[in-house]
Design a protein around this ligand. Sequence first.
Ligand SMILES: Cc1cc2nc3c(=O)[nH]c(=O)nc-3n(C[C@H](O)[C@H](O)[C@H](O)COP(=O)(O)O)c2cc1C
Length: 207
Amino acid sequence: MTTPPSFQRRIAVAVTGASGALYAARTIAALLAEGCHLELVFSDYGKRLLLDELGPEAKVERLIDLLVEKHGDAVGRGTFVVHSNKDMGATLASGSHRCDAMVIVPCSMKTLAGVANGLSRSLIERAADVMLKEQRRLVIVPRETPMSLPQLRNMVACAEAGALILPAMPAFYQQPKTIDDLADFVAGKILNALGFEQQLFPAWKGE
Ligand SMILES: Cc1cc2nc3c(=O)[nH]c(=O)nc-3n(C[C@H](O)[C@H](O)[C@H](O)COP(=O)(O)O)c2cc1C
């Protein structure tokens, strides 16, 4: 992997097998447009949901091209690398690797349980564990409804360990017209949580 320049923010984005591939795609496109260096990891079901929900073109190998086609050349401002979720020797598996923050979007209840219990069964779970132990920003975007008591407890455990729980819950006060508007809202909240001034939806003006 080429080392990105030190001024470039490095962010891990994990995509797991919960419904909401559009949230992942919009978040990745927006972070690349911010000029970030992304370390991407897709679980097997995360890859499957990309295809199920975004169509047969949305293969991981083609994803960035698709994002450029949809969101324009600004996506090319960033750089990225894709890690295998089975590679426990990848950079993200170590706290010595400088990665500022991580977002799991969408986050399945299975991966949530793994993170809540420090299981580190995959690179995604290990990288999340690293974020927590190093006290770096970890944003978890769970998607399930309704939720069982163990699932609710797993969210509490992650929050107590320092993660930010940011459920995939779009709002309607900005009067969305399209599904993309809903995805923009969730991706915008994720960018805010990562410290970016985002333009994906307008801030509430208090009127
Ligand atoms: C079409 C489809 C939709 C799914 N949606 C969800 C979901 O919204 N939330 C969830 O927690 N799991 C969902 N699942 C189940 C997860 O994909 C499954 O638990 C998987 O083992 C998660 O593995 P991962 O966390 O390694 O991606 C869905 C599965 C399929 C096939």
